[in-house]
Design a protein around this ligand. Structure first.
Ligand code: ZN
Length: 428
């Protein structure tokens, strides 16, 4: 007898429906027709079975603060940082924990079970860091949460910036951040990256840099991040997020850069929802999209994953925590409407994002791995992107942690016999 059996699930890689057997929180059997019974049984009825979505870039300390103390009316990154600086003095641990836990539950309901959150350390009290470490413990039975020490106002340009980064690492954050394009000068930006790599080596942590998030084609810190990743041997333990300046690089430089990015083995995270919104604000027409080169990097063999970045905060006034919304936007901003391209965006919010977080050994639908997966009412990758359904079930380590009843829509006309509308493309 298994603890849980899922029957008649459709995997993206198989034609036949499969059954999944779970015992002690791990997958113990995957077969076409399982004889063993389960204490709990779920009939997936042909729903898609996917590894859980992975959120590789979100700011959980600022979620759900949009309008506090005021809205970001210009819509720029810089007014966003200013509004956040005004909100920061009123942060309490309780305030951060309440908002972060709400957003994490939204994410769980949307099928996300692994999250990397950036947390601002430019606060002498490190209030948000302390709160997020408690949140990490609270959600640990259900979700994996990685915390990045993120210096929103700079390491070199903020008074005591380096000491606050180091204190956050001592408190136990998982990843070292940096924001070189925001430092006062290019030299201070380079200096901040050396500090970041030094700290990662000293404390044996991963690296995730907010890198070149600006429309300035002269912002080229990503080449330093990749070179340091090569020289230190940290390679795939390093991630460059945003890199929106790459949108504006000339072709010759981008070509040269891609070779370095590939050789370095670093991960790239694009945040299309936020960067299509924040970038291009200083352009007259034509207005740049300002999203990094998702398609071109993926085609060059570089690991690219997608992040939501913000939910209802000074940088983005929308969002429900859905990775399918993120993928949908990536497809639009990056001209990825080809068959293979649309399917690829699902990998960018699952396996590729797991590689960014370096959690691959415990991720995936395989015998022996944790029984963490989602069941979505959909027929294929296209269908998921087009309709963006909520998962019918979210299973974490063998336990159902969220469930959504699919909406039923009916049409009352004489335009045919069918009253119930199914937005799925009929399977032939
Ligand atoms: Zn960010």
């Amino acid at each position: 007898m298994y603890d849980l059996v899922i029957r008649n699930a459709r995997m993206l890689t198989h034609d036949e429906l499969v059954d999944i057997g779970v015992r002690d929180g791990r997958i113990v059997e995957i077969s076409d027709e399982m004889n063993e019974r389960g204490v709990q049984e779920v009939d997936a009825a042909g729903d898609l079975l996917l590894s859980p979505f992975v959120e590789s870039h979100i700011h959980l300390d600022s979620v759900l603060t949009a309008g506090e103390p005021r809205y970001n009316e210009s819509g720029t990154l810089f007014e966003g940082i200013q509004v956040w600086t005004e909100r920061k003095p009123s942060l309490t641990e309780q305030d951060v924990m309440k908002r972060a836990l709400t957003a994490l539950k939204w994410q769980m309901a949307n099928g996300i079970l692994h999250v990397r959150t950036h947390v601002d350390v430019c606060d002498p009290n490190l209030t948000a860091v302390k709160a997020m470490l408690k949140v990490k413990e609270r959600v640990a039975p259900y979700m994996g949460l990685q915390i990045v020490a993120f210096p929103q106002e700079g390491i070199a340009s903020f008074d005591g910036g380096k000491e606050l980064m180091e204190e956050a690492l001592r408190l136990g954050v998982d990843v070292v951040g940096a924001i070189p394009h925001y430092e006062y000068t290019r030299e201070m930006g380079i200096d901040s990256l050396h500090t970041c790599f030094h700290l990662a080596q000293k404390y044996d942590r991963l690296i995730d840099v907010h890198c070149d998030e600006i429309d300035d084609e002269q912002s080229r810190f990503v080449e330093t991040v990749a070179t340091l990743a090569l020289q230190t041997g940290l390679r795939e333990r390093v991630t460059a997020s945003h890199t929106t300046a790459m949108h504006s690089y000339n072709g010759a430089y981008a070509y040269k850069l891609f070779r370095l990015l590939r050789n370095s083995g670093i991960n790239m995270v694009a945040n299309p929802l936020i960067n299509i919104t924040l970038q291009g604000r200083f352009d007259s027409y034509p207005t740049r999209r300002g999203v990094t080169r998702i398609k071109e990097m993926w085609r060059s063999g570089i690991n690219v994953s997608l992040g939501h970045d913000d939910i209802l905060d000074p940088w983005y006034p929308l969002g429900i925590g859905s990775m399918l919304q993120v993928a949908h936007m990536a497809i639009h901003t990056s001209h990825m409407t080809g068959m293979q391209e649309i399917a690829e965006t699902i990998h960018m919010i699952t396996e590729r994002a797991a590689r960014t977080l370096q959690i691959e050994s415990e991720y995936g639908i395989e015998i022996g791995k944790p029984a963490s997966f989602i069941l979505l009412p959909g027929s294929d990758a296209f269908d998921l992107i087009r309709r963006q359904p909520m998962p019918r079930y979210v299973v974490s380590r063998g336990k159902i942690v969220a469930a959504t009843d699919p909406a039923v829509t009916k049409v009352f006309t004489d335009l045919g016999e069918e009253e119930r509308i199914d937005f799925r493309k009929p399977l032939t």
